[in-house]
Design a protein around this ligand. Structure first.
Ligand SMILES: [Zn+2]
Length: 98
């Protein structure tokens, strides 16, 4: 199956409990918020390897913008060091492959 070129849905998830978390559907980005503060972004890898990518926003790791209007820009890029080793940017829900 071809690599995904864009995500088609953004869901905001309230709270900090990820213990019983069901990963999002393929093509959906989850943005976890604690109050007004986003702290975690998750999605299934857009190469369609089915691995869950978790991008923590705390500790100056990743920054997320635009999720309030359903468009996620994540910076810096995501570079998986295991499995598929995919490297990509997410900009306005689009996947920019490196
Ligand atoms: Zn992958």
């Amino acid at each position: 199956m071809a690599r995904r070129e864009a995500f088609d849905r953004v869901d905001v998830v309230e709270g900090r409990d990820v213990d019983h978390y069901e990963p999002p559907a393929e093509g959906t980005i989850n943005v976890f918020v604690d109050g007004d503060r986003p702290w975690l972004v998750t999605f299934l890898c857009p190469c369609r390897c089915t691995e869950l990518v978790m991008a923590p926003l705390v500790g100056n790791r990743w920054r997320v913008e635009g999720y309030e209007r359903g468009e996620v820009t994540l910076s810096p890029s995501v570079h998986r060091t295991v499995g598929c080793r995919s490297h990509f940017f997410v900009q306005g829900n689009r996947v920019e492959w490196c």
